[in-house]
Design a binder for this molecule. Structure first.
Ligand SMILES: Cc1cc2nc3c(=O)[nH]c(=O)nc-3n(C[C@H](O)[C@H](O)[C@H](O)COP(=O)(O)O)c2cc1C
Length: 346
């Protein structure tokens, strides 16, 4: 199997579902099948409302150009990174995703998605996060899949009521995950209220309480603004995820690449900075890294890869991310991640 076959399989399986047409570039363009106002439905594979936040992630990355440097001593490229004491082959990981019954009309289950992303990322020498927007809160296919690989994953929970959230974080701790997180922008999720678990905005004190409640490194996801980033920093979190949830919770936000530099400047090396949104190749990933992200995450492409090829599809996709990142590093004159910076951008 190769990635072309994975894409072909995914296209066949998703035909007629109205969810995703598996275009060559997954860019959130307003004309795409996944995009456009759905009159009250959850956003499927697209973005909220008109879908501009998803598309803005793509546009913000496209505006940035890479500077090619070909003269100088030869070098080997090393994109490996230490993440919280764990060695990864690349600074690119699987994003937390879930809700396949609504978003993908059940073509794959959340169990299949979790198993494939966790296993496929592991096989490629990296790691995946897992989300929890599924049918019932009692079952957690994401955490189960992470448990089957001795905790090699990150569990990201929706911002449910604080007592319940702290209890769920304990479950992740018992499963021995690498890190636990809360997608703070999940307070915009319609799904959770539908299954009887309303989601809330979290106060700065609640963020501190979450960090203090666990021995695990904590990440807060869904940060686009400096004041929110400041609250995350003050909470003592290990990491911040600059993200607009793939554009799925608020229409018309800026792209992630637009807001990332300001947040990086504020954080000033005091937390790990993750960023995601329309990263489709290593060429995209290196742009976010050059803007100051330590790690980038990818969402939709791994869902497509799972549909088209299961864990092997995900592994192939992550290998593609690695090879294109290596090519980008080589051609911009960056032997390692430390040498990537704004000087490679035009
Ligand atoms: C179908 C779908 C489901 C998602 N579910 C979750 C989730 O449960 N928890 C979460 O933190 N983020 C969720 N996300 C957001 C991703 O973690 C990530 O931020 C986003 O997909 C990145 O953008 P990209 O898909 O363009 O790469 C979801 C995204 C999609 C497309």
């Amino acid at each position: 199997m190769d990635l072309n076959e994975v894409r072909k399989n995914a296209r066949e399986r998703l035909k007629g579902t109205g969810t995703c047409a598996v275009y060559k570039v997954c860019d959130g363009h307003p004309d795409r099948l996944c995009q456009g106002l759905k009159y009250g439905d959850v956003p499927g594979m697209g973005g909220a409302g008109s879908g501009m936040s998803f598309h803005n992630n793509f546009l913000a990355l496209q505006r940035i150009k890479l500077r090619m440097r070909n003269v100088g001593p030869g070098f080997e490229v090393d994109p490996s990174i230490d993440l919280l004491g764990h060695q990864l082959k690349m600074p690119i990981i699987g994003a937390s995703t879930s809700g396949m019954k609504t978003s993908l009309k059940g073509v794959i289950t959340d169990e299949e998605l979790s198993e494939a992303t966790v296993q496929g990322c592991k096989a490629a020498g990296t790691i995946s996060a897992r989300g929890d927007g599924v049918d019932t809160i009692e079952e957690n296919p994401g955490l189960a899949a992470i448990g089957r690989v001795d905790g090699w994953g990150m569990q990201v929970y929706k911002p449910v009521e604080q007592g319940l959230l702290l209890q769920r974080i304990k479950e992740a701790e018992e499963a021995g995950v690498v890190a636990v997180g809360v997608d703070l922008d999940g307070c915009g999720s319609l799904n959770m209220a539908k299954i009887g678990y309303p989601v809330h905005r979290k106060t700065p004190d609640e963020l501190k309480e979450i960090v203090a409640s666990t021995s695990l490194p904590v990440l807060f996801k869904g940060i686009m603004e400096l004041d929110d980033a400041e609250a995350v920093l003050e909470s003592g979190a290990a990491a911040i995820v600059v993200s607009n949830h793939g554009g799925r919770v608020l229409d018309h936000t800026p792209g992630v690449a637009d807001v990332l530099p300001g947040i990086v400047q504020l954080v000033d090396g005091r937390m790990i900075v993750f960023a995601d949104g329309a990263v489709r190749s290593g060429y995209d990933a290196i742009k976010l890294l050059a803007l100051g992200a330590d790690i980038t995450l990818i969402g939709r492409p791994l869902i497509r890869a799972t549909v088209g090829g299961g864990a092997e599809g995900v592994r192939l996709h992550m290998e593609f991310m690695l090879s294109t990142l290596k090519a980008a590093m080589r051609m911009t004159g960056c032997p390692d991640l430390a040498s990537i910076g704004p000087h490679i951008l035009a």
